[in-house]
Write a protein that binds this ligand. Sequence first.
Ligand code: FE2
Length: 135
Amino acid sequence: MPAIQWEERFRVNVDKIDQQHQHLFRLFNSLQEAIMEKKGQDALAKIVDELVEYALSHFATEERYMLAYEYPALPEHRREHEIFREKAMELQQRMHNDEFVLSLEVLRFLSDWIANHICASDQQYSRHFNDAGLR
Ligand SMILES: [Fe+2]
């Protein structure tokens, strides 16, 4: 699986959110690198922890903006965050229980989520925020 490159089309035009998305891409790539370098389960679990923790605080930022700017699709968007949270925490738990978790399963889940969420659902709020004057 190749590293994921940040592209202009992923930009939602809200500085803070774009910076956070870029950081999520970096964390994803460092997980992938660690897997390719055959780092042990402990090292991988540590990166997954960091990634999940960062993703959850990023969701909080997005949802705060959505509330403040009365984004109409907030409930649906929040549900997507919730689904990510549940699946990510399940993977995290399994890694910490020393259960063998297929690295590919983790990467696949994260890259699907990045493609379907950041690159699709998150684009939908861009206009709403920009029209309300948020950049
Ligand atoms: Fe989101």
